[in-house]
Design a binder for this molecule. Structure first.
Ligand code: FES
Length: 569
């Protein structure tokens, strides 16, 4: 009876018996007028459908939540897990043999991979690609690193409103995600490194016709993936995540990827302790010259060979697990066989590193270690994250006195107060902006430099919080401090005037306050009001979200017991 009715109703859409006998391929559509980064997905979905039909499948497009980074308040991160649940349940609830995930803006790609990992139906991730580099008075711009840079200059009074209006016209001039190696670029690269996307797909610019052809190829491939019965659980292995972390470090990828990879792995029953990220970072040269840590944008990475060029170089150095399977049925190593090595120079080295080089040889890296370092110490017993490649050299080892803000509201109120007791050597500390404290762990960690210091020419300071930072951000910014302040972590015990010491090379973050004084402060500590959510999704969120080192997923969505660092609350 159910099959009869289902077929009858499907036929009302013009599908015939032959269509219904083919593999049914869902296309998880996240096009939304509220998400500029995913604006090219109507067209991409049409090309995916062409490929699915060509390969003998039947495509059915369905909508899910879409998270546009710049339009949502308080933060898209609050809704990443909701989108992951939506994606998982829609895949699970429908008679789909396979699915193509169309994601692009920061949280959409990890949310879809989390959902797909849990649903475990054959799936391919297709991102929408980076936008074109911006233009301003002869300069090539990268949103949104340059949004921050110019906003700081505007606050410092070095550029005027006319310039800002001109910037508004040219900084983001096409469909696509942010073109620097921010979170969206990083997560697209992670999908490729994990084997969940077709090789070479991450860096193709959104408006480039080669992305349309890639979409068609994805449509053909997903039918084949279904026929071969390859599921996310076959691809998302421990070693696949190690490959992804390796690529992230070589790219100078976003700190947010630490959280997202941990969350995707958690759905696959794999734990990724922060020490694994740090170990791989310490073994992996930083070789990709992309902003915000370097010079170029995703367009130039694409012209230089894209993510496969970076992976090929890592493979040449024996730094990848080459036998890991991918959704194509080939291993990572087999896929890399057709990727050319970096140019070889006359001396037999791996090529001259001129100023226009995007992917550097391992022997002449941009930095000896990966982009991200994990810090430990009495201020972050369960760890903290710093993008070490984006830290001003003079702040890599720094000791200063704290200037504490208890919330983002407190920060907004006081940061530009001319009477604020702050110098370039101060350490700006932001509390109660973690997963539960905000709630939702907003990208508030790149605290603005106080206006009076901007006017003195200061452009970087040590900043510490339990928040995240945009992947397009930069500076001496310590993030993801765990446990967070709102569950009783030591970050919540810091007072203005306390001395704090950072040593990136030693991976150390210390609050120089005596233990008995900390014990006194702890006894007087009370949780913030933000933990008392009375209803709805926000209540579910604060009751179930894991700490940053657990991926900030919900505890009931993990495929295995909760990782350590569940928090004190
Ligand atoms: Fe969507 Fe930057 S705003 S990726």
């Amino acid at each position: 009876m159910y099959g009869f009715v289902r077929r009858a109703f499907a036929k009302s859409m013009g599908l015939d018996d032959a269509d219904l006998a083919r593999p049914i391929i869902g296309i998880a559509q996240t096009q939304s007028d509220l998400n500029n980064c995913n604006n090219n997905f109507r067209e991409l979905a049409e090309y995916v459908k062409r490929g699915v039909w060509q390969a003998g499948g039947t495509p059915l497009e369905f909508p899910t939540i879409s998270l546009g980074e710049l339009f949502m308040r308080p933060t898209t991160m609050l809704y990443r897990n909701l989108m992951a649940m939506d994606t998982e349940e829609m895949i699970r609830a429908h008679p789909l043999d396979g699915v193509v995930l169309l994601g692009n803006c920061d949280k959409t790609t990890p949310a879809q991979m989390m959902g797909a990992a849990s649903a475990n139906v054959p799936a391919i991730m297709l991102t929408g690609g980076p936008h074109l580099s911006g233009r301003f008075r002869g300069e090539s711009l990268g949103a949104c690193s340059d949004c921050r840079r110019f906003w700081a200059e505007y606050r410092a009074g070095t550029i005027d409103e006319d310039a800002m209006r001109e910037l508004e016209e040219g900084i983001n001039r096409s469909d696509g995600h942010c073109t620097v190696m921010g979170t969206a670029s990083t997560m697209a690269a992670m999908a490729e490194a994990l084997g969940m996307s077709l090789p070479g797909s991450a860096a193709i610019p959104a408006p480039d016709a080669r992305r349309l052809r890639m979409a068609e190829a994805v449509g053909r491939q997903v039918v084949e993936t279904v026929r071969r019965g390859i599921r996310p659980s076959d691809v998302l292995t421990q070693r696949a995540f190690e490959n992804a972390i390796r690529v992230m470090m070589a790219l100078g990828g976003s700190t947010n990827a630490v959280i997202h990879l941990t969350a995707i792995a958690g759905r696959a029953g794999i734990q990724l302790p922060l020490d694994l990220f740090d170990r791989i970072s310490s073994e992996t040269p930083y070789i990709t010259n992309l902003r915000p840590s370097g010079t170029f944008h995703m367009e130039q990475l694409y012209e230089a060979g894209g993510v496969p060029a970076v992976m090929k170089e890592l493979a040449r150095g024996g730094l990848l697990h080459l036998s890991e399977p991918t959704i194509t049925g080939q291993t990572i190593g087999e896929q890399l066989e057709r990727v050319p090595l970096l140019g070889v120079d006359a001396s037999g080295g791996s090529g001259w590193c001129g100023p226009d080089r995007v992917v550097y040889p391992l022997e002449q890296p941009l930095g000896p270690q990966g982009g991200i370092a994990i810090l430990r110490g009495n201020l972050a017993p369960d760890g903290a994250v710093i993008k070490q490649t984006a830290v001003s050299p003079h702040l890599r080892r720094h000791r200063g006195q704290a200037v504490v803000f208890s919330s983002t509201d407190d920060l907004a109120e006081r940061i530009d107060d001319p009477l604020l007791d702050v110098t370039a050597e101060s350490v700006l500390v932001l509390q109660n902006t973690g997963p539960r404290g905000a709630p939702g762990m907003p990208e508030a960690g790149g605290l603005p430099i106080p206006k009076k210091l901007l006017a003195q020419g200061v452009r970087d300071m040590l900043r510490i919080s339990d928040a995240r930072m945009s992947g397009t951000g930069y500076g001496a910014v310590v993030l993801h401090v765990a446990p967070e302040a709102a569950v009783g972590g030591p970050l919540g015990l810091v007072r203005s005037g306390d001395w704090i010491a950072l040593d990136v090379a030693a991976r150390s973050l210390r609050l120089e306050v005596a233990d008995d004084e900390l014990a006194r402060r702890r006894a007087a500590w009370r949780p913030p009001a933000s933990l008392r959510q009375s209803r709805g999704y926000a209540r579910m969120y604060v009751e179930h979200v894991l700490q940053a080192d657990g991926g900030a997923d919900f505890d009931f969505l993990l495929a295995s017991p909760s990782p350590s660092g569940r928090g004190l609350g």
